[in-house]
Ligand binder design. Structure first.
Ligand code: PBG
Length: 326
């Protein structure tokens, strides 16, 4: 051998040695836990494709939320399943809507737990699209903004801590920011689903939120999975319009996008470890093909390593319990 061997293995000899030089570490405070709120009482509807995740009525949601708070998780992200849907998404901005009720109940029970609300119309529209649909089947961007702003305002009035628009209409961040400011909610931050791709990984979520589009797909508003430069433009625009935090979604198949967004803008960046990513791990683990905890930890670590400041994940409670133990 003509060169001295570089001894990389010196620093891998024991767990203490490895932990001394570890560059990335998951923390309970990184996690945001999504919750599905449904109407009625004493409901706990299983979601087939997402083992461990339920649609919960407000009374049961509160029990879950107490546990989330106790585990030290910083925030929950709310999605609503209304009793009825229509073509104006009225359930989205009903002061007595499921999400509005849930916000008030959570803030009454655990005032310090941050309540983030997903602002989108798909769960409340009879056709399942994220905006107002015209006769010819197209989604009307500017008309949808009015409804999104009403929804955001009603979440703010109910006591939400962070507003998270996920619809992907153009100009919605600026529109919602203005509406919030004019209603004296200028202190409320916006977490924008800035780079949200039109992804097959949302499949299980659409069962959970009962929000699958009844016709067509979301390709005219959500992004093409092939594009990263376009994602940077989306993020740039949302920041210019007033976003305080930006999100890349999904996470695992888009780690390059996440890294590019974090490196270029340095804004607080969230990554959404979506339903399909969760379901794949659960399904393979149920077959005994992978070690669920090890694989989930590795996935979440990769998301943090790529640049996420926050990770929205259905595995938050399990991971929190694991982190407390280790
Ligand atoms: C609403 C919304 C979706 C998700 C979050 N907000 C579904 C979609 O765009 O169809 C997906 C989350 C997940 O898959 O876990 N627009």
């Amino acid at each position: 051998m003509t060169f001295p061997i570089q001894r990389m293995r010196r620093l891998r000899t024991s767990e203490n040695m490895r932990s001394l030089i570890r560059e990335t570490q998951l923390d309970v405070k990184d996690f945001i836990y999504p919750l599905f709120v449904t109407y009625g009482r004493d409901k706990r509807n299983m979601i087939q494709s997402m083992p461990g995740i339920y649609q919960l009525s407000v009374d049961n949601l509160i029990k879950e939320v107490r546990e989330i708070d106790r585990l030290g998780i910083s925030a929950v992200l709310l999605f609503g399943i209304p009793e009825s849907k229509d073509c104006q998404a009225s359930g989205a901005y009903d002061p007595e809507g499921v999400v509005q009720q849930a916000i008030r109940a959570i803030k009454d029970t655990c005032p310090d737990l941050l309540v983030i609300t997903d602002v989108c119309l798909c769960e409340y529209m009879d056709h399942g699209h994220c905006g107002i649909v015209e006769r010819d089947g197209t989604v009307n961007n500017d008309a949808s903004l009015e409804l999104l702003a009403r929804e955001a305002l009603s979440h703010a009035e109910a006591g939400a801590d962070i507003i998270a628009p996920s619809d992907m209409m153009d100009g919605r961040i600026g529109f919602i920011r203005k509406a919030l400011d004019e209603a004296s909610f200028s202190h409320l931050p916006i977490m924008s689903y800035a780079a949200k791709y039109s992804s097959a990984f949302y499949g299980p979520f659409r069962e959970a939120a009962e929000s699958a589009p009844k016709f067509g797909n979301r390709k005219t508003y959500q992004m093409d999975p092939a594009n990263v430069r376009e994602a940077l433009r989306e993020v740039e625009l949302d920041i210019a319009e007033g976003a305080d935090m930006v999100m890349v979604k999904p996470a695992l198949a888009y780690l390059d996008v996440l890294k590019a967004v974090r490196d270029k803008f340095g804004y607080p960046t969230a990554a959404y470890n979506v339903s399909g990513e969760y379901a794949m791990v659960k399904a393979a683990a149920a077959q005994g093909w992978i070690d669920e905890t090890a694989v989930m930890s590795e996935i979440l670590l990769s998301i943090k390593r790529a640049g996420a400041d926050m990770i929205i994940t259905y595995a938050a409670p399990d991971m929190a319990r694991l982190l407390v133990k280790s």
